[in-house]
Each structure stands twice: as C-alpha cells, then as structure tokens.
Ligand binder design. Structure first.
Ligand code: NDP
Ligand code: MG
Length: 382
C-alpha cells in the first residue's frame, strides 16, 4: 500500500487525486494533506482520509482550525513551510506536489531530498528550479514523475525507448479560449472570458496561463528540464481537441503519441500507481465518436507569452525565474481587473530588461531572485 502526501489537496489537481485514491482505497493510504486556506474543504477531506499530518500555509486559516485538528490526534503544521513539513514529518513514501505557483519549489526539494516517489503537477517549481532540481534528482537518485498531461504523455512515449535518438518532442496545446479570436478582441478580453477554458476545468492561475499560452511556455521549459532535450527539439503543436496529450518523434520518423480522454485523472493515477497500470474510474475514449483530430502551428503574434518563454529557455540563468514571477504577478493583477490582457506579456518583457541570463542559479539563490522580480513588477503595476 502506498502512503501518499497530497500537497495542495484542495485544488483542481489535489481533489482529482483524492478522487483517484477514493476509487482505489486498497492501494493507497493518505499520510498527509496540505492546503493554503480552504479549511472547509480540508476538514471534510480529513474526515474522509484520516491523515497523520495536516499543513495549512495561510497563518490565519491555520490558527482558526489548529485546535480542532489537534483534538483529533492530528499533527498540524502552519505557515509556508507547512507543505514541506508534511513530507518531512509524515510516513509518506509518495508525494504529489500540486500546490500552485512558486510555493511548489520547497516541497519538491524536500520530496527529492527524502527520496520519495515524487509526482509533480506543479510546473513553476521545475521552471524556476531548472538545472538545480535536475542536479538534486541526480544526487539523490530520484526520477520525477510528471503529472502535467503533456509531460505525462511524453514520459509514457519515452518508456521502453531509453537511449534512442529523439528527433522532436511535439508538445500539444489546446490553444485556450481565444484560439480563434482576433488580436483586437483578445486585447479587450476580460478575466471572466479568459477563465472559460473550452476543454479543461482547472485552477484560476493555470486557466489564465492557458489563455495567454504562458502555460505552454512554462511547459516548454518544464519539458527541457524533465527530459533533457535541447530547445530546438521541442515543437509546440496546437491541437484543439486535447485528445493527443503529446508525442515523441524518433530518428526513424516514427511518432509515438499518448491519447486519452480530456481528464487529468489518468495522468494523476499513472504517476501515483507507477510503475503499475491499473484500471481507472474514467470511461474509455470512444474512437468512433471522438471526431476529427487537427494540428496547427501556434501564433506567437496573438500569444506573445509563448515567444517570451522560448526566449527565457534560450537565455537561461535568471530569465525563466523572471518569466515565471512576472507572469504570476501580472496574472494576479489581471484577475483583479487591474490590467488588460496584453499587459501580461508587456510586464514579462519589462522584467527581462532588468533580470536576464547569467549563470544557472543554485537552489539557495532562487527564492531571493523570485522575490526581487515580484517586487519590481508589483511596483511597476502600482
Ligand atoms: P488550484 O488553484 O486549483 O489549487 C491550488 C492549490 O494550491 C490549492 O490546494 C491551494 O490551497 C494551494 N495554494 C494556493 N495558494 C497557495 C500558496 N500561496 N502557497 C501554497 N499553496 C497554495 O490549482 P491547480 O490544481 O489547477 O494547479 C496546481 C498546479 O498543478 C499548478 O502548478 C498547475 O500549473 C499544475 N497543473 C494543473 C493542471 C490542472 O488541470 N488543474 C494541469 C497540469 C498542471 P487553497 O485551496 O487552500 O487556497
Ligand atoms: Mg499541461
């Protein structure tokens, strides 16, 4: 039986992971659960899954429910380090890193250092951790299991082909809600329109990232580090049906793909049950009714965030951290209605003027670099 720590248990990925676990109760025990502040949902999950350890990063939310949880015999951790604390102090052997944003870096590092089976949904930590995370994995003999659907698909297409020559990785992209919109209309798009993803039901931040294609940009960086491929071999392909989750093209011209329903639970379960494949609660993909599959090149004129991410991947050093932090602050402002859609790429570009290139950062420097970019962009918004 695997003992799982679900880090970010109240989010879109976290709740879908608990759904997978609920349907495979004999395979899993929940060792730890952590969230930021949604304690109403957390308390329900605690009742159902009885973890030993619970983490709540928002201080006020932690104080509000701490005594109630302690009375149940649960160890409760508060503050930003609560997420990594859940990994460090529970008896988990497997972790799912599914918090949103930069806060994923610290639990990811703990999970690797403690040699846990590490399932990663949080892409921002891989983008910012970059070569330092790759090095840490090497040191501790840990292989990350990607949950992000595209990377999960690529991982599956690479299985059994170790050492073979890869010609291209084709990273598929739904195109988001504005795929067919004219640039003038996208410029006026509200955050409410941007949140309406045609294919996936996800958290707010990744939904906006999918509308700007910053998400695909983050995923290019994520693929570069996870699969050790040069940027020139990563090809973004718009595939609006979101059935082919990504592809690997080998030297002989063979293209392997992983297909499946548009539902994250298959990728989550694959990572959690790895190396076994088990039956899933998802109904199978019906090949006769799924319709046509189409593939288009991306348009970086309407979606400049993708080109900016490519620039970050080329420049290396601090630039991916600048991309992520500037994007994060800009998305928060956009979600408040404080800036228009195309200010998101403009703010990322302005971050590059100040924070660009240099050596690949060491782990201990990354939080400081992230904070510096955030401060700079927050000031330029206000
Ligand atoms: P959600 O916004 O739905 O959930 C985020 C989770 O992180 C919640 O548990 C939330 O807690 C917690 N959280 C929020 N703010 C903080 C903070 N400051 N510090 C620590 N934890 C925090 O996000 P998603 O589930 O959509 O995404 C999670 C990660 O997975 C992201 O990195 C995303 O890019 C990635 N991903 C998501 C996919 C999806 O389909 N949703 C697909 C592929 C990747 P609380 O609820 O208490 O606020
Ligand atoms: Mg994805």
């Amino acid at each position: 039986m695997k003992k799982i720590a679900v880090i970010g248990c109240t989010g879109s990925i976290g709740t879908q992971a608990l759904d997978v676990i609920r349907h495979r109760r004999s395979d899993f025990r929940v060792a730890a659960l952590s969230c930021h502040k949604n304690t109403d949902l957390l308390l329900k999950q605690v009742e159902e899954f009885t973890p030993q350890v619970v983490g709540i990063s928002d201080e006020a939310a932690y104080k509000a429910v701490k005594d109630e949880l302690i009375a149940k015999g649960i160890r409760v951790l508060g503050g930003q380090e609560a997420h990594s604390g859940c990994i460090e102090t529970s008896d988990c052997d497997t972790t799912l890193i599914s918090v949103v944003g930069f806060s994923g870096l610290s639990p990811l590092v703990s999970s690797i250092r403690l040699k846990k089976q590490t399932c990663v949904a949080n892409k921002e930590s891989i983008v910012c951790g970059g070569s330092a995370i790759v090095e840490l994995c090497k040191q501790h003999g840990v292989e990350l299991l990607p949950v992000d659907s595209e990377h999960n698909a690529i991982y599956q297409c690479l299985m059994g082909n170790e050492g073979q020559q890869i010609r291209k990785i084709h990273l598929t992209c739904s195109g988001g809600p504005f795929l067919h919109w004219a640039k003038e209309d996208i410029a006026k798009a509200t955050w409410q329109q941007a949140l309406k993803h045609p294919k996936w039901n996800m958290g707010r931040k990744i939904s906006i990232d999918s509308a700007t294609l910053a998400n695909k940009g983050l995923e290019v960086l994520e693929a570069k580090w996870l699969f050790h491929v040069p940027l020139e071999k990563i090809n973004v392909v718009v595939h609006p049906q979101s059935i082919v989750h990504s592809m690997v093209e080998y030297a002989d011209g063979s293209i392997l793909s992983q297909m499946g329903p548009t539902d994250m639970r298959i990728a989550i379960q694959f990572a959690l049950t790895y190396p076994k494949r088990e039956s899933c609660i998802m109904p199978p993909l019906d090949l006769f009714t799924m319709g046509e599959l189409t593939f288009l090149p991306p348009d970086v004129t309407r979606f400049p965030c993708l080109a900016l991410a490519m620039e970050a991947a080329k420049a290396g050093g601090i630039t991916p951290i600048a991309f992520n932090a500037a994007n994060d602050v800009a998305v928060e402002a956009y979600l408040k209605g404080a800036i228009p859609f195309y200010d998101i790429p403009k703010l990322i570009e302005s971050a590059y003027q100040r924070f660009h290139g240099g050596e690949e950062p060491v782990l201990s420097d990354i939080p400081r670099m992230d904070a510096a970019v955030r401060e700079y962009i927050s000031k330029s918004i206000s």
